[in-house]
Design a protein around this ligand. Structure first.
Ligand code: AVJ
Ligand code: FE
Length: 436
């Protein structure tokens, strides 16, 4: 898509949608809630709000527009690398009213730039990418703010309709065999793909089996009931260390009462639904469950091959269902619901081989470290991806119910520390196929 007017419209729509979601997340609580620290793991919501405006000022007003800085003195306060989240409440933060006014002022100026910028040739793709990157950035912080809402104590501030009911799963195989051979991993064509998704390259992946649906709460409860959290055999050494140090017995937000598992979700307590994908587990918990089940986590390449490889067309698709942008029939994305849909939902979103719910619902842990693809070039700044490459972070794939479609593709890569549990993380398991 290189029609400048289409690019302009797409950028405008993406920015507008992101700001509407930011408003939902920040207008539903009072100023005390916006400036409070609900967890040392997270920033006060008002930090995210002004950080969103500050990144937009830096990348669209200054870099694309070539204009002078509006508020250079606040850059350091909103630099994620300078201050750990736990210490952000001690910074001289903009007040909620100032943060809103700042983000609004930047947005007005940026829309003027978008209207006038010459979207031509090389300049077109660079400028269009910057607008797409900033829309994705805001949506990513909206997901971060939703995590803060989940950690927040007190009555519910957000609500949403329930996702679709559980489909009839009889006849659905438990696992799907993905044939061995090369496939195209990553992308060079997707205009808003971030640097770490690039470039497209051939990967050989031997045949393997992967779960048709994500691991459910019901399955995970069997691991718990079987003494999963008290048996060192299933755990990586650092995972076992975590279990003992924090006396872990279940996923985050679960609590046992009267022989039943309950969970607090966005201010409401409910019984843990057995048919929903498990949520708020660390990489160590996912890894331990898989070992207990006699299986393993899929590698990142296996996950992407299961999601994108079309054996009939002989190429990689943008999404499991094809090349069309996600609709409400394909996947649970965009905070339309405040929970994953039951396992097996969204049959229209299945991959060519029949794997379901790869996109949306829960982020899926993979066994892989976050590493650059061959030919990786940092763009537009090293701090987005490059400084995180290495063995400290594990890759998550597929997006959750909290991820907007603009920041979700078959190639999209997320990463986090293996101890993280407050994120919207789940998993599915895999195993080698004997034959290749
Ligand atoms: C890609 C989700 C790991 O939130 O740390 C936001 C995205 N980068 N601002 C994060 C991001 C800069 C990033 N993750
Ligand atoms: Fe950020």
């Amino acid at each position: 898509m290189t029609d400048p007017e289409k690019l302009r419209g797409r950028a405008l729509d993406a920015l507008t949608a992101a700001r509407a979601r930011t408003a939902v997340l920040t207008d539903c609580v009072d100023d005390r809630d916006l400036t409070a620290q609900h967890s040392p793991l997270m920033s006060p919501l008002v930090w995210d709000l002004a950080h969103i405006g500050n990144q937009e000022e830096q990348w669209l007003w200054r870099a694309v527009g070539g204009r002078d800085a509006l508020r250079p003195e606040i850059d350091s306060v909103y630099d994620a690398f300078e201050h750990p989240r736990a210490l952000r409440p001690t910074l001289p933060l903009l007040s909620p009213a100032e943060a809103r006014a700042y983000a609004l002022d930047v947005r007005g100026r940026v829309l003027d730039i978008l209207e006038g910028v010459e979207l031509e040739g090389r300049r077109l793709t660079d400028a269009a990418f910057a607008f797409g990157m900033i829309a994705q950035h805001e949506q990513q912080h909206d997901e971060t703010m939703l995590i803060t809402h989940q950690l927040r104590k007190g009555p519910a501030a957000l609500s949403a309709p329930k996702p679709p009911a559980a489909p009839d799963l009889s006849g659905l195989p438990a696992e799907v065999r993905v044939p061995g051979g090369p496939f195209t991993m990553g992308t060079s064509a997707e205009p808003w793909a971030l640097d770490n998704e690039r470039p497209a390259h051939a990967r050989f992946v031997p045949a393997f089996f992967i779960d048709t649906v994500p691991v459910t709460n019901g399955a995970y409860m069997r691991f718990i009931d079987d003494g999963g959290y008290t048996d060192e055999r299933w755990w990586a050494p650092e995972g076992w260390e975590q279990v003992r140090r924090h006396s872990l017995t279940a996923p985050l937000f679960w609590r046992r009462e009267g022989g039943q598992w309950l969970r607090r979700r966005f201010g409401v307590t409910e019984p843990v639904p057995a048919n929903e994908p498990v949520l708020h587990v660390s990489w160590y918990e996912a890894d331990a469950y898989a070992r207990w089940a006699g299986r393993r986590l899929p590698s990142e390449a296996e996950w992407e091959k299961a999601a994108r490889h079309d054996p009939v067309a002989g190429r990689s698709l943008r999404y499991p269902w094809g090349d069309a942008d996600p609709t409400e029939d394909h996947a649970n994305l965009g905070q339309r619901h405040l929970r994953p849909a039951p396992a097996g939902a969204y049959p229209a979103g299945a991959s060519p081989l029949g794997v379901r719910q790869l996109i949306g619902d829960v982020w899926e842990w993979t066994s892989s470290d976050f590493l650059p693809y061959p030919g990786f070039v940092a763009f537009p700044y090293r701090e987005y991806s490059e400084v995180f490459f290495g063995s400290a972070h594990k890759v998550l794939r597929g997006g959750s119910f909290a991820v907007d479609p603009v920041a979700c593709r078959g190639t999209f890569r997320n990463w986090d520390l293996p101890v993280r549990r407050q994120i919207f993380s789940g998993f599915r398991t895999a195993r080698d196929a004997e034959d290749v």
